[in-house]
Design a protein. Structure first.
Length: 206
């Protein structure tokens, strides 16, 4: 599948193009992404796409971005949290490229995570996420990744892999009264949420 670009935009630190982000309602967001093999992963086209996906995530100030969010059907997502103005309370996550990822809960404990999404502009809602997950994938070079992710960061990994399974965070919001704009979140919910998040981060360091 050919992904789309904004012809007039490039990333701030290179000539890498910025891809168009699919908004809710686009069929690509509801289709599970396809698993790729190592030959396709090693191809110049796929490696270039990964660079574009990273640049687009950074340009949009997202904590992660999945291929399906940029009209591409490969099972690839990227995650990175630094000093992110959208999520200043999130623990840092180094740049992580996940190819053919799976995420498996390793605890029954959950936490109430106020989530947003680049594909669902100006909306947030509470999603129950597993406190700990096992992530299995390849990196961009086809090397195996197997790690446990705990705390708030576990929610970020679950959110991105959901995209590759054709799910959006709104599908997992069980209490629709928690849905709100970003402005309303900042005004009414942020303080209590950050207090809960800080307690979670202090437990797991992530």
């Amino acid at each position: 599948m050919v992904h789309r670009t904004f012809e007039s935009k490039v990333s701030e630190d290179s000539n890498v193009p910025i891809l168009e982000i699919a908004p809710i309602g686009e069929p690509i967001l509801r289709r599970p992404a396809r698993v790729i093999d190592r030959d396709e992963l090693a191809s110049e086209a796929t490696q270039s796409f990964i660079d574009d996906l990273i640049a687009t995530m950074r340009h949009a100030k997202g904590a992660g971005l999945a291929a399906t969010q940029v009209y591409d059907d490969r099972r690839i997502c990227v995650i990175e949290v630094g000093d992110n103005p959208r999520y200043p309370y999130k623990p840092k996550i180094p740049l992580t490229v996940l190819v053919n990822p799976t995420v498996t809960p390793i605890t029954e404990e959950t936490f109430a995570n106020y989530e947003g999404c680049l594909s669902v502009p100006d909306l947030r809602g509470v999603v129950d996420r597993a406190v700990g997950v096992k992530v299995e994938a390849w990196d961009r070079h086809g090397e195996p990744i197997e790690r446990e992710i705990w705390g708030l960061s576990a929610g970020t990994f679950q959110h991105e892999v959901d995209h590759l399974d054709g799910l959006l965070f709104v599908d997992r919001v069980t209490d629709t009264t928690t849905l709100c704009t970003w402005k309303a979140f900042e005004r009414h919910h942020r303080e209590a949420f950050v207090t809960r998040v800080e307690a979670l981060v202090s437990r797991f360091g992530s």
